[in-house]
Design a protein around this ligand. Structure first.
Ligand SMILES: *Cc1c(COP(=O)(O)O)cnc(C)c1O
Length: 348
């Protein structure tokens, strides 16, 4: 199978398995796992922040961040298409009493700045929940994996900080963003007060995300991690793979971007498929199938028969994600399979 559903399907590399086997470990809830401590220092350094904490998932990283930033009953402003708003089971509202306040997301992943400005201009009237946080996402998953411009992040941060609000960045794929923006993760994180990123997506580690911020903030986030059940004991076995991921898997993401570009170009030539354009493509291609849900279901089945899996994003919309397990030859096979499948569905 050529599995393009997500970069989360990546498997740990042989070097990761070896590092896991050799990992020096201790009880991380006591702060005594040397491998976790090393990974957390590396993570903080990479994004230019004081400290970091290892969490089991990106979802927990974002949730611990929101809980640490926002008192109960305060508003977290975030994009209506944000992963944290759409795909994290409403955790911040359910567990933190946080009023998630969605703002319009533009197609390029940016927030509607006017809407944010209007929200922040509301008087501290007793009718309104007080603002607590502004959250950004880069790369932006639901906006086709596009990298979001640094200038936009800076504009959001300026507004938030003028109102004494912290900014959290969901940087699940921050290294993909850095490549697409021709900059560094540190530069991207500069505008944020906290950032989370995933080891278990394009970087191919089996488990784990890092939440990074000031020493004081990470201290509070550690308590939230414990509260959420994310305090892990000999977590060095996870961290060991994460260290290999940070040391060896970041630079190769550029291959995934080239493959995604080739895939977008190839699928764009197939009659019956419409590839969604993105401002700054990373490792995702979103495309629609003509003819609505029935045609799309037939197309997906025909692709599966030819050994290709994509993620159904809507009734007639699919997402294909390139990653470590996908080669350039696979892309050629996918494009050929798509041409055949579309021929089968729409008739040649
Ligand atoms: C995957 C993802 C997350 C959550 O990560 P998990 O490890 O799957 O919980 C958060 N934000 C974005 C943008 C993501 O793509």
């Amino acid at each position: 199978m050529i599995d393009l559903r997500s970069d989360t399907v990546t498997l740990p590399t042989p070097a990761m398995r070896e590092a896991i086997a050799r990992a020096e470990v201790g009880d991380d809830v006591y702060g005594e796992d040397p491998t976790v401590n090393r990974l957390e220092s590396m993570a903080a350094e990479i994004v230019g922040m004081e400290a970091a904490v290892l969490v089991p998932s990106g979802t927990m990283g974002n949730l611990a961040a929101m809980l640490a930033h926002c008192p109960r009953g305060t508003k977290a402003f975030l994009g209506a298409q944000a992963h944290t708003y759409v795909y994290e089971a409403g955790g911040a509202a359910a567990l933190g009493g946080i009023v998630m306040t969605p703002l319009r997301n533009l197609d390029n992943g940016e927030l509607d700045l006017d809407e944010l400005r209007d929200e922040l201009a509301k008087p501290p009237d007793a009718h309104f929940a007080l603002p607590g946080l502004v959250a950004l996402e880069n790369t932006h998953n639901l906006c086709g994996g596009t990298a979001v411009e640094l200038s936009h992040m800076a504009a959001v941060a300026e507004l938030a900080h003028a109102h004494r609000l912290p900014v959290h960045l969901d940087g699940a794929r921050i290294f993909n963003a850095a490549i697409a923006l021709e900059t560094t993760a540190k530069k991207i994180a500069e505008t944020a007060d906290s950032v989370s990123f995933c080891l278990s997506k394009g970087l191919a580690a089996p488990v784990g995300s890092l939440l990074c911020g000031s020493r004081e903030f990470i201290g509070r986030a550690r308590r939230m991690r414990k509260m959420l059940g994310g305090g892990m004991r000999q977590a060095g076995v996870i961290a060991a793979a994460g260290i290999v991921a940070l040391e060896t898997m970041i630079d190769r993401l550029v291959e995934d971007h080239l493959n995604a570009r080739a895939l977008a170009e190839g699928l764009g030539l197939v009659a019956g498929l419409n590839v969604r354009p993105v401002k700054r493509r990373t490792n995702m291609v979103v495309f629609e199938v003509d003819g609505g849900a029935p045609a799309a279901a037939k197309f997906a089945a025909a692709m599966k028969d030819r050994g290709v899996l994509a993620h159904a994003r809507g009734p007639s919309s699919f997402r294909a994600v390139t990653h470590h397990g996908i080669s350039r030859r696979d892309i050629d096979r996918v494009v050929a399979a798509a041409a055949e499948s579309a021929g089968e569905v729409f008739g040649d």
